[in-house]
Ligand binder design. Structure first.
Ligand code: AHR
Length: 509
């Protein structure tokens, strides 16, 4: 197959791609919060009230729509009252999941909400079901969002914050099937209804509650959560039935090995390159299968699927704390990201939010910071997110691919081109990933329905599959202009270098 064709009907917009599928995740884990986001006011690293200025600046360019905190597994050990008030009087706790280190709670509710304000992002608070009480969760949302002189609003004021914050998203537990309590889904579904009931809307703050969902292809978990809603099939034009929670989550991580030996971030073979991308492509299957289960109970798609943990999970970098999950990030991670984002775009009618794990220094990070020098590095995954901001809140466009070469991988055929597109504000954005490790690929964009008056291409690639950014070579993988775009009778012809991610912006008449 010499040529790949992508047919795009520019005049047939599909469901809106929520900007929230570009969400992020910050857990009290390794150097994500401490050293990553937060260095404290006395640090030599430039900061605003302890929050790193360079990290905020880098993330602002991504327009990150929401940030999930404080976990992950940590969330079900976290008691929010330990993280408010004068820092020197905050109780300590053991972070038993992540390195068994002592957490001093220096970064708590006020610091997190301050971070959200600096980033210009929405807060996604992850509440404790595993070891917390209903009252504790209820009081946390009151503390955060209540305006009057209620007990929790008064306590917030005592701690220096007069105005309530907005908290649009609240997680009801995390991985309840595992670190969040080792519960059976039947038991958790009841708890999710109960806890959600007490996460109240105060002072005009409307909360979207997300019940801890399935891992991977555990369709039974999704099915029982969906059954727990009761009838959801009222006609599409009727008022949506009130439900205790509004979304269910899904977690899926990409690795080439096993949980015991996940594969390394930088020392991989060409076969492992393809294997990782095949595993990333499994997200498409998961969204289809979980979506089918949800459709059975919720044909009008009122309940959102929230993929609030996804990304690569490799063995930690040699010499680093195994509990800190610090890993490098190569061009391979970038393409794992672009393949996931394409799947989220295609399932925009069901996937309302997603959170890559995690933002700084943990798993598939956007940013890495050097513990000694403090230097900040933008990863290849960061650049995919930056190049894709045009998809935020855009209307999805179907991309019909033809002539895509495949490669036998892990008992299946891996398509070597991944693509998605969207339209917003008089422009379309086309994402194209060439997963071929060695060969460039020409793709004809067969553009129909609207006149294209201009275009701009950008490409992310590198000499080697494992090229990555370091403090010494921070731009080894960075986007450049894509010059190889030519007019074609059917639209445009784009040549993608081997192992590359490209975006083509189309100006529309
Ligand atoms: O992101 C790291 C961990 O992965 C999270 O704490 C947990 O929810 C998941 O197992």
């Amino acid at each position: 197959m010499d040529q790949t064709t992508a047919v795009i009907d520019l005049d047939l917009p599909g469901p809106r791609i929520s900007r929230h599928v570009y969400g992020h995740f910050a857990e009290h884990l390794g150097r994500c919060i401490y050293g990553g986001f937060y260095v404290g006011e006395d640090s030599d690293v430039p900061n605003v009230r302890g929050i790193r200025t360079d990290v905020v600046e880098a993330l602002r360019a991504l327009h990150i729509p929401n940030l999930r905190w404080p976990g992950g597994c940590f969330a079900d050990d976290y008691h929010w009252r330990d993280g408010i008030g004068p820092r020197d009087r905050r109780p300590r706790m053991v972070n038993s999941h992540w390195g068994d280190v002592v957490e001093d709670n220096a970064f708590g509710t006020h610091e997190f909400m301050d971070l959200c304000e600096l980033l210009g992002t929405d807060a996604y608070i992850s509440g404790n079901v595993g070891s917390g009480t209903v009252a504790e969760m209820s009081e946390w949302i009151e503390y955060l969002t209540r305006a009057d002189d209620s007990p929790m609003a008064a306590l917030r004021r005592e701690n220096g914050r007069d105005e309530p914050w907005k908290v649009p998203f609240f997680g009801i537990g995390n991985e309840a099937w595992g670190c969040g309590g080792n519960l059976r889904v039947e038991q958790f579904a009841s708890l999710a209804r109960q806890y959600s009931t007490y996460v109240r809307d105060h002072a005009g703050n409307e909360v979207y509650r997300i019940a801890a969902g399935a891992s991977d292809d555990d369709l039974h978990w999704t099915e029982v959560l969906m059954q727990s809603f009761g009838p959801l099939d009222a006609p599409a034009d009727a008022a949506a039935p009130a439900t205790p929670f509004q979304g269910v989550s899904l977690h899926y991580y990409t690795m080439t090995g096993t949980w015991q030996d996940k594969g390394t971030a930088t020392e991989f073979t060409e076969d492992e390159w393809y294997l990782a991308l095949q595993k990333a492509g499994f997200m498409e299957h998961l969204l289809t299968r979980h979506g089918q289960v949800m459709d059975r109970y919720d044909p009008h798609r009122r309940v959102g699927l929230v993929v609030d943990e996804w990304g690569t999970w490799w063995n930690v970098e040699p010499g680093t704390n195994p509990g800190f999950l610090y890993q490098q990030n190569t061009l391979r991670d970038a393409l794992v990201a672009s393949v996931h984002l394409d799947a989220f775009h295609r399932h925009a009618d069901r996937v309302v939010m997603a959170n890559i794990a995690q933002t700084v220094n943990v798993l598939q990070a956007m940013l890495l910071t050097d513990p000694e020098s403090g230097a900040l590095v933008r990863t290849p995954s960061y650049h995919v997110f930056e190049m894709s901001t045009g998809h935020h809140d855009a209307d999805s466009l179907a991309v019909h691919l033809d002539g895509v070469p495949t490669r036998a991988t892990d008992g299946a055929e891996l398509p070597l081109v991944s693509a998605s597109a969207s339209v917003k504000d008089g422009a379309a954005l086309v994402s194209l990933s060439n997963l071929d490790a060695a060969a460039e690929r020409t793709v004809v964009l067969d553009l129909r329905g609207r006149e294209v008056t201009g275009h701009r291409g950008r490409v992310l690639t590198a000499p080697e599959l494992a090229t990555h950014n370091t403090p010494e070579a921070p731009d080894a993988v960075a986007p450049v202009e894509l010059a190889a775009i030519r007019p074609h009778t059917r639209g445009l012809e784009v040549t993608l270098p081997a192992h590359s991610y490209a975006t083509v912006r189309l100006d529309l008449a």
